[in-house]
Design a protein around this ligand. Structure first.
Ligand code: PLP
Length: 329
């Protein structure tokens, strides 16, 4: 493997204070970890690029992945930087804009199945028949989690000796959350709660929590937060949830609240993010975080709240404006 393919392909992202969001969280500072600034537009670049580097180490020629969104984009971007071929299978719900964006990275894009799980089965079948290929799972692999966990290393460095009172993030298949938990354990932040947000209709973690921490398969994804749209969480997340170190709090917002958060965030912070990320931001805008602190009877510290701005590319000004109309905002 060449030196350049050992070097991280993701960037160190800024941690900035948000006075606007602090208005929704009395007596605490709020920091934003700007993962939307990654080269592929989301945090996925961290874990997926590490995963693709493994393909180089194993002398594979092609990466195959199954994601109708940001994981596919991160795989295509990493493959281009590493000089690997790339084949991405996306479900039918994937927008033409994202298909074009993945193709622009030089990857072949194939549309298959209604949901990510269908596209993934097709990807696994393809990998079986091509020995020089390397399968890149979008959220369920330890290399990926360790890649994602680097965002916590950076937060720890930037906050110096300060320990947050809460980390706010969102959950799809659970790769992001597994990475965050891994990083928090590495730095002994095991009593800092992680608030994991989802939307109604993409609620695979919440369904598992209601089932006592056992993964539950949803019948369908009905939310506009399509990149949270895994029908079931990965086993590692269910295991981490049950261990509760750090404790994971699962809460839902509806699509309207997630989209509203995207619009407010765009106006206040000048960044466009997907509704998946809007779900995390909505935890502040809707007053949920503030209520959790108020109801906690002093259980949580008065440290800052850190919001993972996971990003996402499937958003434009026109799309935000369509959603604004659709949800009467
Ligand atoms: C922007 C964004 N945020 C959050 C997630 C959820 O990540 P995970 O599936 O690892 O839970 C995704 C997944 O694609 C995503 O693209």
């Amino acid at each position: 493997m060449s030196k350049s393919s050992e070097k991280d392909l993701f960037v160190r992202t800024p941690l900035i204070e948000s006075l606007e969001l602090a208005q929704y969280c009395p007596n605490r500072r709020v920091y934003l970890k700007l993962e939307n600034c990654q080269p592929s537009g989301s945090f996925k670049m961290r874990g997926i690029s590490r995963f693709c580097q493994q393909a180089v180490r194993e002398n594979r020629e092609e990466v195959i992945s199954s994601s109708g969104g940001n994981a596919g984009l991160a795989a295509a971007c990493s493959a281009r930087l590493l000089g690997l071929k790339c084949h991405i299978i996306v479900p039918k719900l994937t927008t033409q804009r994202i298909i074009d964006k993945i193709a622009k990275e030089g990857a072949d894009v194939e549309v298959f199945g209604n949901f990510w799980n269908d596209a993934n089965e097709k990807a696994l079948e393809l990998v079986k028949n091509s020995p020089k290929s390397f399968y890149v799972h979008p959220f369920d692999n330890p290399i990926l989690w360790t890649g994602h966990s680097t965002m916590i290393d950076e937060i720890v460095q930037d906050l110096d000796t300060i320990i947050p009172s809460m980390i706010v993030t969102c959950c799809g298949g659970g790769g992001l959350l597994c990475g965050i938990i891994e990083g928090m354990r590495r730095h002994n932040w095991t009593s800092v709660p992680v608030l994991a947000m989802e939307t109604d209709g993409a609620n695979s973690l919440n369904a598992a929590v209601l089932a006592g921490g056992q993964p539950v398969r949803l019948p369908a994804i009905t939310s506009v937060a399509t990149c949270l749209g895994s029908l079931i969480i990965c086993d590692q997340l269910a295991d981490d949830y049950r261990k509760s170190q750090p404790p994971v709090l699962s809460h839902l917002v509806n699509d309207k609240q997630a989209v509203d958060a995207c619009i407010r965030f765009a106006n206040e912070h000048r960044f466009l993010v997907e509704p998946a990320c809007g779900a995390s931001l909505a935890a502040l805008y809707t007053g949920l975080v503030s209520k959790l602190f108020a109801d906690s009877c002093g259980k949580y510290s008065d440290g800052p709240v850190v919001v993972i701005v996971c990003g996402g590319c499937d958003v434009t000004l026109d799309k935000l404006s369509d959603w604004k109309q659709q949800f009467n905002l």
